[in-house]
Design a protein around this ligand. Structure first.
Ligand code: BMP
Length: 208
């Protein structure tokens, strides 16, 4: 079982499909967000779903009704999971989970970038609680702050932790897994490598 999720933040559809087909067998899932969808259209979600699980990283942050419409559409295109924000409140997280039915909902808590210290860190525990109480499949927590990952793991219950920030943002794969991440999310270190498959294998060898 792979613990690696590729963040496929490339802008070119052909390149995205090329990298996906070369790496999919080594991955748990491919995370697709706005950069690729805005350039390649939602059809890219369906196409890549044929190669791998696809998690739509739409970081949904809206009222419950709009959240439902977005979740429903991601599902229609074949996504296996979707990422939503929790700072908008419990009712929006609940709406996403109710609408997802069979699709996994992952809830953002404390983000991996320095700006997360401005607002998110102070409320991270509460966001984890909301995700757990509402029945989210998992949460997103930072590989760049293993000490925070450890704290978040303690209150995450049986939710999965997906952890971005490995590589380009300075986090280390093995340290994130040891701190409690179930999966690491890696983008630039794989898709910018001259040999993305080899780069993925190298990261996997660090955590095996
Ligand atoms: P990279 O490995 O290139 O830094 O990419 C990380 C990916 O994870 C990006 O798609 C980014 O949007 C996402 N991400 C993150 O970096 N930090 C978070 O806290 C949440 C994210 O979804």
């Amino acid at each position: 079982m792979s613990r690696l999720i590729l963040a496929l933040d490339v802008l070119d559809k052909k390149k995205a499909l090329e990298i996906a087909s070369k790496t999919a067998e080594h991955l748990h899932a491919i995370k697709i967000g706005w950069p690729l969808v805005m350039n390649a259209g939602m059809e890219i979600v369906s196409e890549i779903s044929e190669l791998s699980r696809v998690i739509c990283d739409f970081k949904v942050a809206d009222i419950p009704n709009t959240t439902r419409l977005i979740v429903k559409t991601a599902k229609k295109y074949g996504a296996s999971g979707i990422i939503v924000h929790s700072f908008v409140g419990r009712d929006s997280v609940r709406a996403a989970i109710e609408e997802a039915q069979g699709m996994d909902v992952f809830v953002v808590t404390e983000m991996s970038h320095p700006g997360a210290l401005d607002f998110m860190q102070k409320n991270a525990e509460k966001m984890v609680e909301i995700a757990r109480e509402e029945g989210a499949r998992g949460i997103i927590a930072p590989a760049t702050r293993p000490e925070r990952l450890r704290e978040i793991r303690k209150i995450a219950g049986d939710m999965l932790i997906l952890s971005p920030g490995v590589g380009a943002q300075g986090g280390k794969a093995r340290i994130a897994i040891e701190a409690g991440a179930d999966y690491i999310i890696v983008g630039r270190s794989i898709y910018n490598a001259s040999d993305p498959e080899n780069a993925a294998l190298k990261i996997l060898s660090e955590i095996e």
